[in-house]
Design a protein around this ligand. Structure first.
Ligand code: GRG
Length: 308
């Protein structure tokens, strides 16, 4: 347990991996309670629960919680933001696993949503989760102006994610981009944009009561962009180096699908160097934020060395 000087006085910060992920049960309980409050057909609720409450690392809500704390916020203020990002993430996985996109049968160590609940339901539950993320922000943020601001951030991240998925699967790049630039465009949008949104939304929630400080938000954004891109490069390496038994999802898929990946363009060592460069960018943004961002610095290390 480290003692850090946080806005408002010294506080004990648990930098162990368990401590860094301590917000997960609270976010899951919040999402569970929200879903339980919905008047929807029972089969749709079951599919939504399967996609949303069936495991996962909960990295995006964890990032939102620590970005909230890094700017001096109380995590209760960041809870709707954290949950909304996870709902969009759950929708994206449900749709990404469909036969028309990645065609995956295994996710989080169990059958994907369309295998368990059928293709039509996977499409509809994914649609539902996307809509519910914004509905929940409107219903659970005490201040409607905050709900509007968070919805805008989330919509920007969601649209960029969809654009990244289009680039990755259907192309459509600006003319003249080399392989490295195309790769970065895919990764920054497909995966990085939602992680960036998680960080910004947590920080906005945390600063809302006293007013959003643009300089602090810019530093949080720099952190989010670095870990967002880094996350997908690590994911590319896991696809090459790990087994489905270990990760809980199919691996060795990118090469088969002819995907543009960091290992394919930069090689394994080049990818590792890029991960290390981005880890340092993230750590340096966390250091600029001060002692209250110590968990963000450690989280960048954890994300750089994750194996699932
Ligand atoms: C069809 C309207 C429509 C949109 C589709 C499918 C899609 C939009 C976007 C896909 C984006 C996507 C799935 C990117 C991959 C990001 C990624 C590496 C996800 C895995 O995240 P983890 O490792 O998963 O955090 P867990 O299971 O831990 O939550």
């Amino acid at each position: 347990m480290a003692l850090t000087q946080q806005r408002g006085g010294p506080v004990a910060v648990d930098l162990t991996e368990a401590g860094l992920f301590a917000a997960v049960p609270r976010v899951e309980a919040f999402m569970d309670a929200y879903v339980a409050s919905l008047a929807l057909p029972r089969n749709l609720l079951e599919a939504v629960r399967y996609a949303l409450l069936g495991g996962g690392k909960r990295l995006r809500p964890v990032l939102a919680s620590h970005c909230c704390a890094a700017v001096g916020g109380d995590f209760e203020a960041g809870l709707p933001a954290a949950a909304a990002v996870e709902m969009i993430h759950a929708f994206s996985l449900a749709h990404d696993d469909l036969p028309a996109l990645d065609n995956d049968d295994l996710r989080r160590g169990r059958p994907t949503l369309h295998i368990a609940h059928g293709h039509a339901m996977a499409i509809l539950a994914g649609d539902g989760l996307m809509s519910l993320a914004f509905q929940m922000l409107a219903e659970r943020c005490a201040d409607p102006e905050l709900a509007g601001r968070l919805s805008r951030e989330l919509a920007i991240g969601n649209t960029a994610m969809i654009a990244g998925q289009v680039l990755d699967t259907l192309g459509g790049f600006d003319a003249g981009l080399d392989a490295r630039a195309r790769l970065e465009a895919v990764h920054r949008n497909k995966t990085g944009a939602l992680i960036r949104a998680a960080c910004r939304m947590g920080a906005i929630g945390g600063m809302w009561a006293r007013g959003v400080d643009d300089a602090l938000l810019a530093t949080v954004t720099a952190y989010g962009e670095a870990v967002g891109l880094m996350f997908q490069i690590v994911d590319d390496l896991l696809d090459v180096e790990q087994t489905a038994e270990h990760t809980g999802k199919r691996t060795a898929k990118d090469e088969q699908a002819g995907k543009l990946t960091y290992p394919a363009v930069l090689g394994i060592e080049g990818s590792r160097k890029e991960i290390e460069r981005l880890r340092q960018v993230a750590r340096s943004a966390a250091e600029t934020l001060g002692a209250s961002a110590a968990p963000l610095a450690t989280l960048a290390d954890v994300m750089a060395r994750r194996t699932k």
